[in-house]
Design a protein around this ligand. Sequence first.
Ligand code: SF4
Ligand code: SF4
Length: 370
Amino acid sequence: MITHWLARNISQRSRLFFGLVRFGMTRQPRPLIANLFITERCNARCLYCYVADVNRPDGTPETQRRMSGPEWLDLIDRLIDRGVRYFTLVGGEPMVSPDCATIIDHLYRRNVFFNLTTNGSLVPKQLDLVRKASQLTISLDGDEAANDALRGAGWHARAMKAIDAAISAGVPVRINTVVTKANRDQIGSIVALCEDRNLFVTFSPCIDAPEFRQAETRKWMLDDKDVKAFFTDLLAWKRRTNRIMNSDVSIQYMIDYPTDFERVVMRDDPEAGYYEAPCTYGRIQYHFNEFGEVFPCGIWWNRPDYAAKTVFDGGLDMAIANASDRPCQYCSFCNRVDWDEMTRPRSLLKGIDMTVRQALGARSNLTAKD
Ligand code: SF4
Ligand code: SF4
């Protein structure tokens, strides 16, 4: 049983890694990764959140056309036909969507790797569903005080319950930590948790928000100097633990970033030579939201000079083409560099090693509990 599960998980991930390396070698754009933002609704109210969910006065009106359940399934099928081998379900909180269960069942039946990114609150109640995910990413920003300062009272406890429930179900869990002024000093506590529970973590600095949320979000964002100091600390931590998934290259990229983090550097800007690898966003990976809109990445999602096309009006290929090959060269979204790293042949072995450790970790957690 364990062998079957492991073989399925590894074969799903291998298809992703081979697709990444193929892009690294040929640079031929072709959809490989689809990030499905299946709802903007959420049952949490993190102070730095920039999602315009409908529960807020500034949210999107109910009248805007949304993707139906069958439309999501059809989109997934068409994306698989076009070569997509990795899906993430994101939000908002994806598990509050009425379509979440159907979408997860479908992805599971299609035997494609998918990651469910969640605040964890609904995980313990829906373990049978969660068990179908290839990987679960749970948001956690540090110890209880640091986490709940911005995510709200009780959210640390909810995330921890989710982590333990997922571990008991044998699902590989990854932590995602948004770095802000409230948790700048929390690397140690997160690493300790990962070592204790056999987990891995990615740290992402809080990014800028669209105009309507900017004032609130910016209160919590680190200034450029502190972001660089944070990544310098993170690099030192990487020497001590193998639990941190940010690559050395992406950490160093942030430490040496040659201009304001706020700025997106365009291909014809004088600083463009600082980082030359073509971005995977808008070439092999795309964001799809509940309104059927297609974006290359979260940065362009929030820029007024990008007009997304939807999968409804001109069709999927036209919406993807519109989101492709933007004029930017690099930006402060450090995970972009982690993805680039994975397109290099040398990353294949590293990726497989990480996959096996993560998958075996999840299974050994399960065996230990059994
Ligand atoms: S859990 Fe995520 S989507 Fe929900 S409020 Fe927090 S940051 Fe926003
Ligand atoms: S370089 Fe940055 S802004 Fe440009 S597509 Fe990549 S992630 Fe988006």
